[in-house]
Design a protein around this ligand. Structure first.
Ligand SMILES: [Cu+2]
Length: 298
């Protein structure tokens, strides 16, 4: 048949096309911010983000193969079975084999997609035990972070204006007070809002979660490499929605401890009165602290 050669060539080229697409996706590794001419995702900084990328790559291969297969069928039908090439058409209306194949094959494809999809969903929402907990509160239009494990100091994280940027800091993404976390530790981030709905989105961590007033949502991450990672509020939250970015700096444990000590001094005025040592040992909370927590949740 005259069309066999081009179709064979098309199928031989498929793996090459798929590989080219994958390479362009993986080219921007390990940078916690968008890059010029970026294709695909920002580099994965957590295992969950990596799992998301792998799932995306699998889907890309499947959708490419399906699309090319359908395209090839259409081209074949248009050329081989048009009125000129095929003046007396067949009267066939059923073909059991073909009907079984076009039912079973899509079901199998969906199964191949469903397994990693559910596995990923489960991994995202099944948070391992926390090494540290941070509370993030969305305000119009900045984020406030609190470190309840370390004396509950808190600080506002406000976008830097153009003239305040240091070398290497991206405009619209860098903030004055970064969220500092230790690398290779499970961080639980409790998200809430003080006013409208905001969204804490960090592409390189694979996180995008709404922050709602009166509700605490939990997201978790474990950053694999030290570095600075940038994200943005991703829920349209008012006039300055585009100007409440998120910066997370992941540092080695010792550096994190030093930062904690510094911050406890720098943000001392934000700290609630501490429970007496004896109470703390019994695991009781100071009444002031309870009042603050419940006030935040209103
Ligand atoms: Cu917002």
């Amino acid at each position: 048949m005259m069309l066999e050669r081009p179709i064979n060539m098309l199928f031989k080229a498929l793996p090459v096309i798929a590989m080219a697409a994958l390479t362009s996706v993986g080219a921007h590794a390990a940078e916690g911010k968008p890059t010029d001419w970026q294709l695909g995702f920002q580099g994965a900084a957590t295992d969950i983000a990596q799992q998301i990328h792998d799932f995306h790559d699998l889907l890309l291969v499947i959708i490419t193969l399906v699309t090319l297969f359908v395209l090839a069928l259409l081209v074949w039908v248009m050329i081989r079975y048009n009125a000129k090439a095929n003046p007396t058409p067949s009267k066939t209306s059923h073909n059991t084999t073909v009907e079984i194949v076009w039912t079973v094959v899509p079901v199998l494809i969906l199964l191949v997609i469903a397994v990693p999809s559910f596995r990923l969903l489960y991994a995202q929402y099944d948070a391992p035990k926390a090494d540290i907990t941070i509370k993030a509160t969305g305000y119009q239009w900045y984020w406030n972070y609190e470190y309840p494990d370390h004396g509950s100091f808190s600080f506002d994280s406000i976008m830097l204006e153009k003239e305040e940027l240091q070398a290497g800091q991206p405009y619209l993404l860098a903030v004055d007070n970064e969220v500092v976390v230790p690398v290779n530790k499970v961080v639980h981030l409790l998200l809430t809002s003080n006013d409208v709905i905001h969204n804490w989105a960090m592409p390189s961590f694979g996180i995008k979660m709404d922050a709602l007033k009166g509700r605490n949502s939990l997201v978790w991450f474990k950053v694999n490499e030290p570095g600075t990672y940038y994200g943005q509020c991703s829920e349209l939250c008012g006039a300055r929605h585009a100007f409440m970015p998120i910066t997370v700096r992941a540092v080695p444990e010792e550096e994190f401890q030093a930062w904690i000590e510094n911050s406890q001094e720098a943000f001392a005025s934000s700290m609630p009165e501490q429970p007496k040592l004896a109470d703390a040992a019994k695991g009781e909370q100071a009444p002031e602290r309870q009042a603050i927590v419940s006030a935040d949740l209103k």
